[in-house]
Each structure stands twice: as C-alpha cells, then as structure tokens.
Ligand binder design. Structure first.
Ligand code: PMP
Length: 393
C-alpha cells in the first residue's frame, strides 16, 4: 500500500510551467493585457426605456401604453391557455398571426413579417436594409432608438433637424443617402405627415429603402402608408400591437412590404433566431386582430380623450403640436417642464421628460382614461399655482 504524502510535493517542471501559464492568464484579465480583449467588446450607449414603476395606485402616462385592457377574446383565451403546449417550439413561420394580419390589411401573407414588438422588427430592418456606405437619414427629434441601432450595427447616419414647428422638412430627404426612416405620426411630437409627403420622399428616393414607423398610426385621422406598398417596392411600413391593441406586454410588432423586402427580413431572422415569437404571443395576438370592433372602439375612446385633454391643457397655458397619436407633447412658456415632471411624480402621476436639447422644455403625456386625465389636469392646476407660481398670470 502506498504511503500517504504528508508534506506538499515539490513542483516538477511541468507543474511549474502550468503555474506560470496560469499566472500569465491572470495578468491578462487583471492587468494591462486586458485592454486587448476589451477592444473586442462592442461599445454602445443603450436606449433608455420609460420607467415601469412598481408602486400601485399610480397614474401611468409615461410610455404610451393603452389604458384599456386587450379585447375580451384575448382575456378569455389567456385564461384557458393550454400549458402543455409550452413543451413544444412555436411555429417558426408565425403563420396564424401573419395570415390574420394579411387578411385584415388585404395583403398576401408573404408581404407580412412579425417580430417581438416593433423594436425587434425595426432592429432587424436596420440590420437587413441599411448596408450602404452612405448615411441613413432620420429626424433629429424622433424615436431615440434609431441612433442606438445605427451605432449598434455601425451604420453611418445623419440627423435632419425638424423645422421650427417641429415638422419634418421633406427637402432634407432629397439628398443622397443609404436609407430613410421616420415615424408617422412622429414621436415624441405626435405630428402626422400626409400621405402626399411620404410619397414625395419615396419619389425622391427610388434607390434606397424607406421605412415608415407607424407605431401610432391608428390614432391618426389620416391613412397609413400601407396603400403605397403596391406602387413602391422599396417601402416598408412597421406597426405594433403595443399601443392601439393594448398588448405592449406581449411584445408583438409587424412589417408590411414587398415580397423581396419581407423575404430578406425572414432570411435575416432565420439567421439570428428561428423562434422569435413565443406561443402565447402568437395565439393571443391572432385573437386580438380578430376583434376589429373592440379595437376601433378603444381607439375612438382614446382619440376623444386626447381632444378633451388638448382643450384642458390649453386652458392651463400649455402649448403643443397638434397630436395625432396617443400622447401630447406639451410645453408651458412660464413653467419649467422638469419641475412639473417631478411634482407630478410626487403625486403618483408619471409622464415622460427628456433632458435633451430642443425637447427639454416639453412633457410627453400619454392619453389615459377620462378619469386619469381629469386627475392629471387637477394635479397640473395645483402644481402651476403652487410649485410654479410664476406660471400663473
Ligand atoms: N416606434 C416608435 C416611434 C415608438 O415610440 C415605439 C415605442 N417605444 C416603438 C417603435 C416600439 O414599440 P414596440 O416595440 O412596443 O412595438
């Protein structure tokens, strides 16, 4: 029987070499050499989403969610969901949801693409369509995810300043570029551009892909750019279930475009993750689209509350571009937007404030229920007469 060694064995040559290698590796992670692998890390300044406060009994008007529940059929289906189905992968083609959207909008199914919220669809679009050396163009005041995706995918871009009324200047999009994207209605201004303007931009840009982000289109009085798809193969229209269909938490977005564009998007999707959509989102999303009457009633209610809110905000001394979305981008000429934002928050009312040049005098207020908006107006009245005394004439 071998005797058990009671003292530490003297290292032999091989062990010494191993130890040296280990120490070298350690220096590599802790010391100077670290910079080498650090250089391989993709550095991005991420998008900051609006706050999702945990507290109960708050009035949440900060992320443009819908204050009404999803369609009754969606609620019923969610309650009866068959959990055994979770063992299986979802349909990678998202077939049922794609088909119901295609039917609703009078398009063939191969002209519709579905993703995990329009953020996922838009990110995929940046990767798929913006591969030119020339800069892509978008407004300076717009959805603040665009420059993040451009940086993430190393796409050159140029921001085109909105005019003094916060409108997009169409001539800014007549120059050479690697692609164009803007929301219609724009965010956070809420301004809707007529179809004629979109068509004009398309006519000046036959050689690049033009993406219209229609996250808020259902709240606009004018039509979607969808009707231009027949005429322009380089147009892509992106929409979402997060606002008008009350399903931000389910994460469903979609794109409509020519067969070529949708095929290219699918090729990129299948090169990235075959199962972007989960089973529950696919089933519940399909059910939501089937209830057109509920959807229209909800949108009409929000539009009516928006118009009432405009009148009330004006009475309080706010001004704003004429919103065609489910939010109002309001400024007060005598009261500091940041002070109002904080004072509202202290009262449990959350709106959105962007501390960025050109927009830091504004609050973006999502349209809630009538009751919520009444409470907001009461709080604003109080804040303007107490915290912002100079604001009252
Ligand atoms: N586009 C615009 C203009 C938006 O404001 C938003 C909401 N943050 C989105 C796209 C993304 O919405 P979602 O991913 O929820 O569909």
């Amino acid at each position: 029987m071998r005797k058990k060694r009671l003292y530490k064995k003297k290292p032999d040559d091989t062990e010494r070499k191993e130890e040296r290698k280990r120490q070298k590796r350690q220096t590599a992670y802790g010391g100077e050499i670290m910079k080498k692998w650090e250089a391989n890390i993709r550095k991005v300044v991420p998008y900051v989403p609006g706050e999702q406060p945990k507290a109960e009994n708050i009035i949440k008007l900060n992320t443009n969610e819908n204050p009404y529940p999803p369609a009754p059929g969606v609620q019923k289906l969610a309650a009866q969901m068959d959990t055994d189905r979770m063992r299986l992968y979802p349909d990678p083609t998202n077939g049922a949801l794609v088909d119901v959207l295609a039917q609703t909008y009078g398009l063939p199914s191969d002209q519709v693409f579905v993703g995990v919220g329009s953020d996922d669809v838009l990110a995929m679009c940046f990767l798929t369509f913006f591969n030119s050396e020339k800069p892509i163009l978008f407004p300076d005041i717009t959805y603040s995810f665009y420059d993040v995706w451009a940086d993430l995918y190393r796409i050159p871009y140029r921001c085109q300043p909105l005019d003094e009324n916060l409108c997009i200047r169409r001539e800014d999009y007549y120059q050479e570029n690697g692609g164009i994207i803007f929301p219609n209605p724009n965010a956070p201004t809420g301004i809707y551009e007529p179809l004629e303007m979109i068509e004009d931009v398309l006519q000046h840009n036959p050689d690049v892909i033009v993406i219209i982000d229609e996250a808020y289109i259902d709240f606009a009085d004018g039509p979607s750019a969808r009707s231009l798809l027949e005429k322009y193969e380089n147009l892509l229209v992106v929409q979402t279930f997060s606002k008008s269909r009350s399903m931000a938490g389910m994460r469903i977005g979609y794109a409509m475009g020519s067969r070529e564009l949708i095929r290219a998007l699918n090729d990129v999707k299948y090169s990235f993750n075959s199962y972007t959509m989960n089973q529950a989102a696919l089933e519940l999303g399909t059910e939501a689209v089937r209830d057109q009457a509920y959807f229209e009633a909800c949108v009409e209610k929000i539009k009516a509350t928006r118009e009432w809110s405009k009148t009330e905000l004006k009475k309080l001394g706010f001004s704003f571009p004429d919103s065609q979305s489910n939010f109002i981008f309001a400024t007060h000429d005598r009261a500091d937007a940041r002070v109002i934002f904080q004072a509202l928050k202290e009262r449990g009312i959350f709106v959105r404030y962007f501390s960025k040049p050109r927009v830091d005098a504004y609050l973006r207020i999502t349209i809630g229920t009538d009751e919520q908006m009444v409470k907001l107006m009461e709080a604003l009245k109080e804040i303007l007469s107490h915290e912002c005394k100079n604001a009252v004439k």
